[in-house]
Each structure stands twice: as C-alpha cells, then as structure tokens.
Design a protein around this ligand. Structure first.
Ligand SMILES: [Zn+2]
Length: 440
C-alpha cells in the first residue's frame, strides 16, 4: 500500500485542498479532505487530477503528424495520405509505432485509451495466421506502455457510400474488411479482456457498414461499449440522405444502435432531431477538437448535446496533437468562438468530460475519479511551470499543457515520474519507429 497527500486534488465534488488517499491493490482507499500531510505519506505538489481518458484514437495516424499540410486539401485528401501509411504497416511496425504513441499519451496524462481499430489484415487483405495479429500488437503496445486499453474492434465492409449505395472496397481498404459481419464477429470473439485491457466493438461509419449489418454488430457487442464515427463531414450526411432518406443519426436510431453504451464519435454536423435522438437515448458524444480543427471538419454542437442528455467525452483521434488539456480547452474555446460567450462549460464539466465520462464510454465505469474503491489512476500537474505559475488550482487545466504532467499513476503503478515515462523518451521511440518506416 502507498499513502499519498495531495496539496490539491480533483474529487467528484470539485477541486479540494489537502487531500489524503491510499492506493491498495490498484484501487483508491481512505480518501480524506482538508487534512495535513502525514510523515509516512508521499507528497504530491501541484494539482492532482483523476486519470484522463483518450476516448478516440487511431494510434498509427501519429505517423502523419506535420506531413499533411502542404497543398491544402480536405478531410478526403488527408484520408488518401492516411491510406498510404496504412498500406505500409505490418504487425511488427504497428507494435513499435503504437508503443511509442501510447508512451507519448501516458507522458501527456492519458491513463486509458479507446483504440478504434480497423487495420486488421495483411497487405493483400488476407487474414494473418493469427487473425488478430494487428489487434494483439495494439494490446502488447498498451501493456508495455502501461496504459489501460479498450480495443474497439471496428466492422468495416464497404468502400464508401453514394446516392446509389455502398461502394466496393479499394485495395488498401481490403485490409480493413472481414468480408461480412459474421466473419468480423468470429474474429472479435477470439479477443478477450485482460487486467488492463477490455474489448469493445465499433461500426466504422454508415459509409463503411451497410445498415443490414447493424443488428448483428449490436448483438455482438453485448454489454461492451459500441463506438461509431458519426457525421464528421457533410458529405456523409448527404450520401446517407440520398441513399436511405435518413440522416446518419436517424439511421442508427432506426436500428436501435443508440443508447448509453454507444458513443458517437465527432457528431459534428447534426440536425435538431439528431441532437434530440442522441441526448434522449443518453448516447455519448466523443469530440476530438484538435482533429476536427486540423481536418477542417467544423465545430459540433457540444453544449446542445450535453443539454439534451448526451455525455461528452474527448479523444485525440488522428494524433495531430496528443495533449488532454488542449482537447479539454478546445471543447470550451470552440464553443466560445461560435457563441460569443465564455464559460459554456464549467471547470468541473471539463474535468468530468476528460475523466469519468471518458472512462464510462470506454467500458471502465469504475474509473476516472478519485474516490474510495475506484481504479487508482491519477495525474499530477505542476503548478510552478512557465505556463501554470499563478494559476488557480481550480482553473489550471485552462493553462496547462501535456508538458506540465509530472507524475502518472495507473492501477497504482507509477508509470511517469518527474515527467519521464518508465520506458524512456517518447521522442526517441517515435523517431526510431518512424525512421524504420522511412518517415523521419
Ligand atoms: Zn476516428
């Protein structure tokens, strides 16, 4: 057992001074507020936050950072560059890239990641000898990096959607597809939970999965989380309306896919009816502000979704930025730009979105808060850096960046100390792996 005393810590009822807690068998115990430090306690300066969830990640997209900005373009031209990278990866390079990216995430303060996984098969689209070779590479990468993982294994069956229906897969997309929903289900069935790994399911999008497959995917997910990319781009809405006569949200709702276990990723271009449907079913909405601005997606109706009953979560998605504070602030700052008002979300709203709501959406309802019995995941932020000096502890997340993370504890294990991950420098790991891929 380790006993800690935090100068300030975020508890479910807000930021509190003088918080004492124990970590026993990977869980918090004896959380007390307003106490003096004991002589046998480890002292945590700065501000201690609950573990932070990265609700939506494609680890390998990290290889594209800083390489896709020449020549303008759109989401769709960026996607072609992503496909070129996807075509190169194999289980070994996938493991080494994902491990480096997960180390970067933990050092930035993420303690759990939802990896939305669709790169399944070999370069010809054939299953590897282990049909989950790529999924197992992600599991190994997360385990070595010390981060909790929810592997959201995505069903991907079609190359896109037009007014005339779904399109055939192009050559690289064959790596993503199991051919039909039954083969996807059989492969998913081979994956199992581990101590720090949980398996979830995903519908890649209404573009990549015909509605006829939805029921089977929903049944296969069972009690596990179910994630789906939703209305990131107006073109998806237009094609779905043209072919089905419904919005993507309506289409999912028609098939019973919305609900508290479901997370809609992006949810950028929504009608008022869509917002009511998502909120009314308590579907979570995962916003990815740094990706949505990078890919010129637009700004989704975050406050309206929250007001209608959706739980908001946050993700780094394509890894243009890996910084939970930048995402958390992005949610509020984008709202400010759209509405002309400050304080659309309170500091508590933002911390809850970044922590407990994200854990719940990823199938870890027992985590994301500093409370007796909860998973002992926490992040200590420095309050004496050039960015954070003088910040009110309650407002520090508006000032901090990933660089201000001093310590990260996951399941009671210290993974980052003095700002350094136990596996060493993520920059060195990333440079080595990107070099091998001919990208450094
Ligand atoms: Zn995504």
């Amino acid at each position: 057992m380790t006993s800690y005393w935090a100068a300030h810590a975020w508890l479910p009822n807000g930021c509190q001074p003088g918080v004492s807690f124990d970590v026993q068998d990977g869980r918090f115990a004896h959380v007390l507020v307003g106490v003096e430090p004991g002589t046998d306690q480890e002292i945590l300066g700065g501000v201690t936050l609950p573990g932070l969830a990265n609700g939506h990640s494609h680890a390998f997209h990290r290889g594209l950072r800083g390489r896709t900005h020449a020549g303008g373009g759109s989401f769709w031209t960026w996607r072609q560059q992503m496909y070129t990278l996807a075509a190169r990866l194999d289980p070994d390079s996938y493991l080494s890239l994902a491990r480096a990216v997960f180390v970067e995430m933990v050092q930035a303060g993420y303690t759990v990641v939802g990896e939305f996984h669709y790169l399944h098969h070999d370069q010809g689209g054939r299953p590897y000898a282990d049909p989950n070779a790529m999924g197992h590479a992600l599991i190994q990468a997360a385990t070595e990096a010390g981060i909790r993982l929810t592997l959201l294994d995505a069903c991907y069956l079609a190359g896109g959607l037009s007014a005339a229906g779904h399109l055939p897969l192009d050559p690289v997309q064959r790596r993503f597809s199991d051919g039909d929903v039954d083969h996807w289900h059989s492969r998913l069935d081979l994956l199992g939970d581990l101590d720090q790994v949980r398996i979830g399911a995903a519908v890649h999008s209404v573009r990549a999965v015909p509605a006829g497959a939805f029921n089977k995917i929903y049944e296969s997910a069972g009690e596990r989380p179910l994630h789906v990319h939703l209305s990131e781009q107006p073109a998806e809405n237009a094609a779905t309306r043209a072919f089905y006569g419904r919005t993507p949200t309506e289409l999912l709702d028609d098939h019973g896919l919305l609900g508290p276990r479901t997370t809609a990723v992006h949810a950028t271009h929504l009608s008022d009816t869509d917002i009511k449907a998502l909120g009314g079913t308590q579907t979570s909405a995962c916003f990815c502000p740094t990706t949505e601005r990078d890919l010129a997606d637009g700004i989704g109706p975050a406050r309206q979704l929250a007001d209608s009953g959706s739980r908001l979560t946050l993700g780094s998605d394509q890894q243009a930025v890996i910084d939970p504070f930048e995402e958390l602030r992005g949610l509020e700052m984008h709202e400010r730009l759209v509405t002309g008002e400050r304080g659309r979300f309170t500091p508590s709203d933002l911390i809850m979105t970044a922590s407990e709501a994200g854990y719940r959406s990823l199938g870890w309802p027992e985590g994301g808060r500093i409370a007796d019995g909860a998973l002992a995941d926490f992040v200590v932020l420095r309050s004496d850096s050039v960015r954070t000096a003088g910040a009110d502890p309650e407002q520090i997340a508006y000032a901090a960046t990933a660089t201000d993370v001093d310590q990260v504890v996951i399941g009671g294990q210290v993974i980052v100390r003095d700002g350094r991950h136990r596996l060493g420098s993520p920059a060195e790991l990333l440079t080595a792996t990107l070099d091998q891929l001919g990208m450094a």
